[in-house]
Design a protein around this ligand. Sequence first.
Ligand code: PBG
Length: 329
Amino acid sequence: MTIPNFPTTRLRRLRSSRNLRRLVRQTNISPADFIYPLFIVHGHEVRHEVVSMPGVFQLSVDQLAAEAGELQQYGIPAVMLFGLPAEKDPIGQENFAQDGIVQQAIRELRRVDPELIIMTDVCMCEYTDHGHCGVIENQQVLNDPTLEILGRVSVSHAEAGASIVAPSAMMDGQIQAIRQALDEASFADLPIMGYSAKFSSAFYGPFRDAADSPPQFGNRSSYQMDPANNRDAMREIETDIAEGADIIMVKPALPYLDIIRQARDRFPDMPLAAYNVSGEYSMLKAAARLGWLDEKRVALESLTAIKRAGADMILTYWAKDAAAWLSLD
Ligand code: PBG
């Protein structure tokens, strides 16, 4: 096809009014695309703002009814739960305890909103005293012994009423192990969302304040992916799909839009999530506070870019704000 040149072609013609721009817009974001992360803590009437993440709160279980009400009002279909245990130990006992903090939160959310999609982060770092995502021996993160624990955690979340479990530990074989554990416990219909392509990223910094989960020695580079690699990301996604993942994810989002696009093109039939992580949120928040950026515009532009790159759904701390802004737009 030969495209006629200027002056026949004037691309500005379709940009001349707001409604024309709305008509030809390729990518629309909506509250239905959002998954809202929640940090749950023990205690009563706790609503503790995370210093490095303004607008994000650690919440006690009694705060969740109000939270669920707000989400329902905004039309946000899903949450992702992270728990801060009362005590940490080498394997993170509270992670699979029947009355663990996340299990309590699931039951409360299920009680107040039977329709809410309750996703749970399945990992060990918030629960372990060493802060790593797996079992430790001689300062090494062991893969296979961790799988059994991730299976137990998933079943325990399912028993409490979770809708979807989302393993983020980056252990090899974690989807297969969890699928098997869920099936054996009669949860064959419970979907798994894999944090499939999860990079070893400094953009998780503020989250580790929120979830109190920094590693106490070393870093996560022996299990999370090297930011330099995209082929490794495709192999991670491929193995997750082969092991039975129902939804795949790329994380972080903004510095990895190429990975999202590649995943979309390579796995066109898979539901694809992207995690707009804490650091992506905090840096724009900070700049907005200084008056250097317009928060609403940069946030909506970021979310649009993530969707344009190919994500079907976005985990974002802006979910409620974005829903409010979109309703005024
Ligand atoms: C747990 C987990 C992390 C995040 C989500 N799940 C932290 C990490 O891997 O260190 C990061 C989310 C964010 O930064 O917003 N493993």
